[in-house]
Design a protein around this ligand. Sequence first.
Ligand SMILES: C[S@@+](CC[C@H](N)C(=O)[O-])C[C@H]1O[C@@H](n2cnc3c(N)ncnc32)[C@H](O)[C@@H]1O
Length: 454
Amino acid sequence: MPEKTLPKGPVTQLAQLVEHVSGNVVPESFFPFLAEVARERRLACGFPDLEAYVKALAAGRLPEEWRKLLSAITIKESSFFRTPQHFEALEKQIIPLLLPSRHATRTLRLWSAGCARGEEPATLAMVLAEHPQLAGWSWTILATDVDEEALEAARKGFYAEKALATVPQALKERYFTPQGNGWLFSPRLLQRITYRHLNLIAEPFPSFPEPFDIVMLRNVLIYFRLASQQRVLAHIAGVLAPDGFLFLGPAETVWQVSDRFEPVDLGGCFAYRPRLASAPTPLRLGPIPPKKPPKTLPPEKKPSPPKPKPQAAQAKEVLAADPLGEAVAILAQGRLREAQEALQKLLAANPADAQAHALEGYLHEVAGRPAEAIAAFRACLYLEPDLFQARLLLAHALRRAGEAGRAQAEYRHLLSTLGAGGGRELDRLAGLPLPTREQAARQAQAALEGMNTA
Ligand SMILES: C[S@@+](CC[C@H](N)C(=O)[O-])C[C@H]1O[C@@H](n2cnc3c(N)ncnc32)[C@H](O)[C@@H]1O
């Protein structure tokens, strides 16, 4: 009997084990996929059925097996210069701010936690190598992941042509050399990166000889439950320099998760720094001077995380009779799975709720399911074609999926809607970091320019 038709028991148990071992919540919609992966793995290990395989895993009799299993089921969606605003802020604001206090040792230590196949640490290495003020400095990057196979790939530094689509041409020429049907990342920069296996959930959390100046923990916590997020952030707070900075993914926040950090408004995005008892005032660095966005790197979407609101307002929001608002509030706390479940119920009750479909698309996006995200945004726009933010998200998703023609058509549609004074906001998703009309128009324009010159 194929595992897909087995009673839920062993698959559910396996999902719980995966969460226990790695923090990653496996939503029920993933169970058929998990069952398929588990079927392959238990056959490879020679177990007669799934139950026996899960039992052996649970009893700790297959410690090596987690390597294969986690590699198959963790989401490795990443790209060079992902969320480009972060790297621009790093270059123009954070590094210049950190350098004076580190001038004596001329060292800078960065950590890319959850580095996937190395796109993020390689991007950091390029940004640091390009930084004129860092010439002669001994900067180093620690890059860790729970997935050993992803780490092996990262150590090789080999990437397919498509993966380099978001690397500016000048950097591509400087730091990549063609090899076979792909590109090899500069061995000189690769040397600066130490790739190491590290499960952020496993206890004890490692200690490090020196604190980190910058930690990137982007698009990892989104798959964890609140308690796991809290644990990981507490550990990160312990290894970050008191004046260091933490970057999270655009859909992640410390709001209602950890009071060890405070947000730093960088103009185009947010970072977080350790909250010091003596520094209650939020730091606001000057915005990055406006400039034409680089053609190869139009912004993905407005990256600011949901902002903290006064207690009363939060309570009111969550208790509001609007279940969609409640799903948004749950998502804002990073409880992806619960948000998804709330949304599923809502859509079952009212499949014609366009804004619920938009939230569904947003959730699929952050969970790295682009095809489903595109379908959900299309459903939203079929019901209410005027929702301009949904159209922008659809266009971005199509572009990332390599559907340039369709993406261009959606960007143009958006610009003509906004240009004619039309377009309505996703007002019931107000807790999400969505672009304003002006930002949407700018992003669409920049994306079209970038695509025309690509
Ligand atoms: C969606 S990718 C994000 C990659 C990169 N940080 C970015 O934003 O582009 C999430 C990564 O987190 C890793 N990950 C998941 N659970 C982890 C854990 N418990 N410890 C360390 N890494 C984990 C996954 O293997 C995957 O490579």
